[in-house]
Design a protein around this ligand. Sequence first.
Ligand code: SF4
Length: 144
Amino acid sequence: MDKTIIALNNLAVRLRRTRCRPEELLVLFSRCLQRSACERRLDETLKDCARCGRCPVCRFLDLRDKYGVHLFLATGGRQAAERAAAPGIKAVVAVACHKELRAGVFASLPKAVLARTIAWPVGPCKDTTIRMDEVEEAVRWFLR
Ligand code: SF4
């Protein structure tokens, strides 16, 4: 069910044809994408990531640097929704599990949220992965 809601949301966002500038776009992602063995304690600024390349966090930082968008590490659904609701944000690329995405999409209405679902190669909530090409495609779509 969550999967269907996410797919319908993404279709609706495409049909609305929302566009925005980089400073109006927020990319947010779940903490579980950080490698579990990494000893870096990351806050929302991500400044303590050593960008070692062992997990997707550094890829998100590359994306932020390349496009000039906002980037946010979400440690909870409410925190993520508050960040998405910020007045300067027009659209969101959200990267999380289906359950979090469904809640986040509804919490962020009427803002446009393109959702990208993480994979669980070793089970839920740990060392999750994401297709970064799909994340970048969503960013480029809003900035087109
Ligand atoms: S890229 Fe490296 S330093 Fe940054 S969070 Fe991932 S494992 Fe830690």
